[in-house]
Design a protein around this ligand. Structure first.
Ligand SMILES: Nc1ncnc2c1ncn2[C@@H]1O[C@H](COP(=O)(O)OP(=O)(O)OP(=O)(O)O)[C@@H](O)[C@H]1O
Ligand SMILES: [Mg+2]
Length: 453
């Protein structure tokens, strides 16, 4: 039988100690025991336990001392106090000191099973969370970009390399999938990182203003130009300039942009002298530039100049493995450390199409933690649209004269979910089983049934 966890039993009455030992070993736990506090503390120094169950009144060191020692030496160990009836005060005291729960004497077997089972589950969960956090801290993160899907991991490998060069990069991808984040990472990982990273959204300026923003102007160039003004290209000298929504760049400015990219020179609006800059140009769009070119509003030669290194960010629905990680990341950003999504809620969120990509997901987390104060966020706490998206939309196929093969249809559905959960869980069966709310055994049985490896 698998070992479900290690438990130290501290109890001065021998018969009680024995009962607990037998019961817990039957449940699959490994046990050790001590007849009083000092011996217990000695055992704690030599060994690591998941749970300590301790009586309160004992000779030499009492239950409170054991509790204090555990919290000091092994804070993640769960402590369950054994209390006699009529000792409510010491029970409250114990909870304040960090005990997880208490059981009353005389014991009720079911109560013990339940409390110990819950304590172990809680401990495992917090260990899993720690592990996940550790991973977000390193392997699954590049600068501020989070992701574990193969597509994102590939980008994590590419970005630091691309950052070393000064070639132009065109970042494409749907709205909210992290284009600006990638541009910033590219700058921060580059030899230019000590210099400026300037960004400008080409869609938010009227034509004339955009030109003077990008290239600056000289005094008297137009009404209101009372001073000489530096443009963003000058500010980005030896650094990086990020041109967001590049498809919206007015035709009149496209040739000027082409020139600065080709030979590093331009003139301020109204200026007569050439200014030389060395700015790395990154640009982004959520449109298809070839389509915009075909429609006649973007210069093809400029496109090739901007697109020396193309970088595409996949939409979130094509990398659902990243969803649990991103949820965890934003939960930590907007809420306390211990809040989490229930498995059912997680399932709905993985299924949701996220048309607004990571931005939409981030906003959803922020809103949800604000509106609900449950520790574990359940489907009820999620926005309506998440529910609507999850409800089965495809109507049942008609039953024709030949009838339908119900068994076969159900098997196909089952198989589909098994494969999907495995892919989301990166092949870790334990996690995949959780996504389907199945026990590990039952999950494994089903894999067997369909010959899935
Ligand atoms: N992989 C990621 N990890 C962590 N945060 C992310 C990730 N992708 C996007 N975000 C966050 O989502 C939000 C939107 O990202 P960003 O602004 O980079 O998207 P975008 O592709 O530039 O969108 P748009 O086309 O609408 O400008 C930001 O708050 C960003 O921090
Ligand atoms: Mg953007």
């Amino acid at each position: 039988m698998e070992n479900k966890g290690r438990i130290l039993i501290v109890e001065d009455e021998k018969s009680m100690r024995e009962v607990l030992k037998i019961l817990l070993e039957e449940e699959g736990y490994e046990t050790a025991s001590a007849p009083e506090g000092l011996e217990a503390i000695e055992k704690l120094q030599q060994d690591i336990f998941d749970i300590v169950i301790t009586d309160i009144n004992m000779p030499k060191a009492d239950g409170f001392e054991v509790l204090r020692k555990v919290k000091e030496m092994s804070p993640s160990t769960m402590v369950i106090m054994i209390t006699a009836f009529g000792t409510a005060e010491s029970t409250i005291e114990a909870m304040k000191l960090g005990a997880y729960d208490y059981i009353h004497k005389p014991f009720k077997i079911d109560e013990i099973r339940l409390i110990v089972g819950k304590a172990i589950e809680k401990k495992r969960l917090s260990e899993e969370l720690d592990l996940l956090r550790e991973k977000i801290g390193t392997r699954y993160r590049l600068e501020n970009i989070i992701g574990k899907s193969p597509k994102m991991q590939e980008l994590f490998r590419l970005i630091p390399k691309i950052a070393q060069s000064s070639s132009t990069v065109l970042i494409t991808g749907e709205s909210g999938c992290g284009k600006e984040l990638v541009a910033a990472a590219m700058h921060n990982l580059s030899p230019r990182k000590q210099r400026n990273f300037v960004t400008i959204n080409c869609a938010t300026f009227p034509e004339g203003l955009l030109e003077s923003e990008l290239f600056g102007h000289v005094r008297g160039a137009f009404t209101g130009a009372v001073y000489n003004k530096e443009g963003l290209f000058e500010i980005a000298d030896k650094g990086t300039i990020f041109l967001d929504e590049i498809a919206e760049m007015p035709s009149s400015l496209q040739s000027k942009l082409l020139r600065v990219i080709e030979n590093g020179t331009f003139r301020r609006v109204g200026g007569i002298t050439d200014i030389r800059v060395d700015a790395r140009v990154l640009s982004a769009t959520n449109k298809s530039l070839p389509d915009v070119i075909a429609a006649g509003s973007f210069r093809e030669d400029l496109f090739y100049r901007l697109n020396v290194i193309p970088l595409h960010l996949p939409p979130l629905r094509e990398r659902t493995e990243d969803i649990p990680l991103l949820l965890e990341h934003f939960l930590r950003k907007y809420a306390s450390d211990t809040r989490r999504f229930s498995p059912e809620a997680l399932r709905l969120l993985i299924k949701y199409p996220w048309k607004g990509n990571v931005r939409e997901l981030e906003n959803m987390v922020e809103r949800t933690v604000l509106l609900s104060d449950r520790e574990v966020i359940i489907p009820d706490d999620l926005p309506d649209e998440v529910f609507r998206a999850a409800s089965p939309v495809s109507p049942l196929p008609d039953i024709g004269d030949a009838g339908v093969e119900l068994e076969k249809i159900m098997e196909e559905i089952e198989k589909g979910y098994l494969l999907k959960s495995l892919s989301i869980a990166n092949g870790v069966k334990m996690d995949a089983a959780k996504l389907l709310n199945l026990s590990f055994r039952s999950f494994r049985h089903r894999l067997h049934k369909y010959g899935i490896k």
